[in-house]
Design a protein around this ligand. Structure first.
Ligand SMILES: NC(=O)c1ccc[n+]([C@@H]2O[C@H](COP(=O)([O-])OP(=O)(O)OC[C@H]3O[C@@H](n4cnc5c(N)ncnc54)[C@H](O)[C@@H]3O)[C@@H](O)[C@H]2O)c1
Length: 366
């Protein structure tokens, strides 16, 4: 277990600490804390999670202010899945904090995958206009991506991440031992984001993913920690340059415009986010190839790595016209053209506006 990482995001410092073992109660700061879990992550740390359990739906007495005295720690346990990333989920967190009488100096601790991290961070950014936030990511996707960088969100009216704030955690506590019981599909979802991140700026990480695939898939904690550390270093560097996504941060969406379109066209049912991103990464390098931007060897290397990890890469999983229609509603569209993140090589990523005709051709031909 190596040195902590430290980042400055728009004047807010985030420290990432890596652990060989992790006791939640020890990770939380002295004083009052509210732990946020989903039902799966509440069981991960052995024994009872810290604090008294609070029923998420219970109402405070009408007109009641904050409770009389802070408790040493309490918890909210939400149903797993995107449906908890909602106003209802956020309200459950905020109500619990109020009922405990937590002040601004209290800490909300999100313990879970990207869903819990996004929601706990959203709640922390609102509670008393911003209380302390600590995240313990437990899925690989949250470790390599979601927990770092300060984007918080809830979903609204079926739109993913429609409402949110920028609010980086003070600390992330990473313990790759937590991944032991993560379902294999979720592990691979995280690996798709790790492959994306390697393409953005770390040739050694790409080599590690290629050469140590067996160990990574068998969840060797040391290898996973190396993957997480390297991903966080790349993402942290990009976010530190452009915290509020006015430019450079867009490159983190490599593979995502295609991926989101696939998720939308299949109504988020048959593909996980990571599977869709892996498929989108291949479409992005193939489109780059057809536009003369991406060298053939780079496109072939990306295809090979994604195939080795067993991702679905079929050319037309849904009708190309439906995918294009979904891409047309993407946030990054400008004046009839679609903005796409394309890869010319490792650490050579560009954002380009691309003709819809060229995209359609790529989707048809694969
Ligand atoms: N804020 C950001 O920058 C950012 C970036 C990427 C993704 N996200 C968000 O992250 C979310 C996806 O994250 P996710 O893939 O982690 O989904 P998730 O949080 O829904 O977790 C996936 C499943 O794995 C379970 N799980 C988590 N850790 C586990 C463990 N150690 N053992 C067993 N089960 C475990 C969860 O309970 C859940 O059932 C989406 O909401 C996405 O929008 C945010």
């Amino acid at each position: 277990v190596g040195e902590p990482l430290e980042f400055d995001f728009g004047g807010h410092c985030t420290r990432v600490l890596f652990h060989e073992q992790l006791e939640l109660a020890a990770a939380a700061p002295a004083g009052s804390a509210l732990f946020v879990f989903d039902r799966h992550t509440a069981r991960l740390f052995g024994g009872a999670p810290p604090g008294r359990r609070l029923a998420p739906g219970r109402r405070a007495a009408p007109g009641a202010g904050p409770g009389p005295r802070p408790a040493p720690g309490s918890r909210v346990v939400l149903p797993p899945g995107e449906r908890s990333k909602s106003w209802g989920g956020a309200e459950a967190v905020l109500r619990a904090a109020l009922r405990l009488g937590l002040g601004r100096d209290a800490t909300i601790v999100g313990v879970g995958g990207g869903m819990v991290c996004d929601l706990a961070a959203f709640g922390a950014s609102l509670y008393m206009r911003g209380c302390r936030l600590l995240l313990v990511p437990t899925s690989l996707l949250a470790m390599v991506d979601a927990a770092l960088g300060g984007k918080t969100a809830i979903n609204l009216l079926g739109y993913k991440n429609a409402v949110g704030t920028f609010y980086p955690a003070e600390e992330l506590h990473v313990w790759t031992g937590a991944l032991r019981r993560l379902p294999q599909r979720e592990l691979r979802s995280g690996l798709a984001e790790a492959i994306k991140t390697a393409l953005l700026g770390d040739a050694e990480l790409l080599a590690l993913l290629r050469e140590r695939r067996e160990g990574i898939l068998q969840r060797d904690p040391g290898l996973l920690e190396e993957v997480v550390r390297r991903c966080l270093a790349v993402k942290g560097r990009v976010v530190a340059e452009d915290f509020r996504e006015s430019g450079r941060r867009e490159i983190l969406n490599l593979g995502h415009t295609f991926g989101h379109a696939l998720e939308a066209a299949t109504r988020l049912r048959s593909w996980t986010h990571g599977e869709a991103v892996a498929w989108g990464l291949l479409r992005a390098v193939e489109l780059g190839l057809s536009l003369g931007l991406t060298p053939a060897a780079h496109a072939a290397a990306v295809r090979g790595l994604l195939a080795d990890y067993g991702f679905r890469l079929e050319a037309r999983p849904v009708r190309p016209e439906r995918l294009l229609a979904a891409m047309q509603t993407d946030k990054k569209r400008r004046r009839g053209k679609i903005r796409l993140v394309l890869s010319r090589g490792i650490d050579d990523t560009v954002v380009e506006t691309v003709d819809e005709e060229a995209i359609l051709r790529c989707l048809r031909e694969g």
